[in-house]
Design a protein around this ligand. Structure first.
Ligand code: ZN
Length: 385
């Protein structure tokens, strides 16, 4: 029965995707790609070089093409057959379902993508763009970002809504490169086609759902691993006050894996941070001893010592701490930091959300808990397609 439901959802999902918004994702953002190998995995592809079809017949399954940046152009070879050099190349799927894979030298495995591909040349490197329906992209992002942390449908639904909202709120991020978003952590991690049935079902069941504020504007869906029991405001982390990203008490995160951490730092290294940033006075009494003890019982954005207001996020960054929510106590020649949570603490706590799912809360309620005063609506109600 369960398998039938998944199969049914799966089929409906692909039908729905035909009516979804198309978006452009710049692939391999974190690499400088000079060459890649494309293979047709499913369906058939027409190849257009400078807007003209360059092969009379469409590329069949298993066909292999090498795409190389060559003297300011894109060189295309099929096996040993040279097909030409072009300024722009398009791979357009001509069957109902079309998948292709890309392999670059820097990544050990090939990645499989759906729908279409555009290639451009920029400063001697390939700009590779996947043209894909938003919903398939969302499923791919959820698989890349969170698969393994949970296999719960309701949690995947939350992530699908968060990812879709982020995407639509950031469509202009890579316009200069001819894309909407990239596939790196700069935007959202996207490693290609989603293969997990539960994630596809989550994308289907939240089709078009996004989080909006009271004025029906897409919200900034910040999230992190674990809040440590209290989230942080956007104002304290990014200097921008957002009514739906405020500090809230979050007991759901308290029992999860990343709720607590501990780190021991030698006293001289600890002191060095304060001396470097706030002066030599921290090598002398009484300030020397004041920096060895910090015992807040709630999340503090600042540690105030003497006339200095020290952002705890700066200490986090300097010592590569899991969070900026910690206490400090001296121990011999070191200080011991007892910390809570993992990540910047703003917005949704993923581990808190997983706990809420276990307790029976639904995706929309969980999103409203972490994004205060927001609603989940269909983006088609606020965006003209
Ligand atoms: Zn990006």
């Amino acid at each position: 029965m369960y398998k039938k439901i998944i199969l049914f959802s799966f089929c409906l999902f692909f039908i729905y995707c035909a009516y979804s918004l198309d978006i452009k994702i710049k692939l391999f953002q974190d690499f400088e790609v000079e060459s890649c190998v494309l293979q047709v995995e499913t369906g058939k592809y027409a190849i257009l070089g400078d807007n003209v079809k360059i092969l009379p017949a469409d590329l069949e399954t298993s066909a292999l093409l090498t795409i190389t940046a060559f003297e300011g152009k894109i060189k295309i070879e099929k096996g040993v057959q040279f097909l030409g050099t072009f300024s722009s190349v398009e791979f357009l799927g001509t069957k109902y379902t079309n998948n292709f894979s890309l392999k670059i030298a820097e990544i050990p495995v090939k990645r499989v993508y759906e729908e279409n591909l555009s290639v451009r040349i920029n400063n001697g490197l390939l700009t590779i763009i996947n043209n894909i329906s938003l919903e398939k992209y969302v499923a791919g992002v959820v698989q890349s970002e969170v698969f393994g942390s949970s296999n719960d449908l309701e949690f995947f639904k939350i992530q699908a809504i968060v990812s879709r909202t982020y995407c639509l709120a950031n469509l202009n991020r890579h316009l200069a490169q001819g894309a909407n978003l990239c596939d790196g952590t700069h935007c959202q991690s996207y490693k290609g086609k989603c293969t997990q049935p539960n994630i596809l079902r989550a994308a289907y069941e939240t089709f078009c759902d996004v989080v909006v504020d009271t004025a029906n504007r897409l919200v900034s869906t910040a999230y992190h691993s674990n809040s440590g029991g209290m989230t942080e405001s956007a104002l304290n982390v990014w200097g921008k006050d957002m009514p739906y990203l405020q500090a809230i008490k979050d007991t759901f995160s308290l029992r999860a894996r990343n709720a607590r951490w501990e780190k021991t730092i030698p006293k001289n290294a600890w002191t060095e941070f304060f001396v470097k940033n706030y002066g030599d006075k921290y090598t002398q009494a009484p300030l020397q001893s004041q920096i060895m003890k910090f015992e807040p019982d709630t999340r503090q954005a600042y540690w105030i010592i003497d006339a200095d207001t020290i952002p705890t996020k700066d200490i986090r960054m300097y010592f590569k701490l899991r969070s900026s929510f910690f206490t400090v106590a001296p121990k011999g020649d070191a200080v011991v930091l007892h910390g809570r949570g993992y990540g910047h603490g703003v917005g949704l706590s993923q581990e808190g959300a997983i706990e809420m799912v276990k307790q029976g809360y639904g995706a929309a309620d969980i999103l409203k808990f972490y994004y205060i005063g927001t609603n989940v609506i269909k983006y088609t109600d606020i965006i003209d397609l």
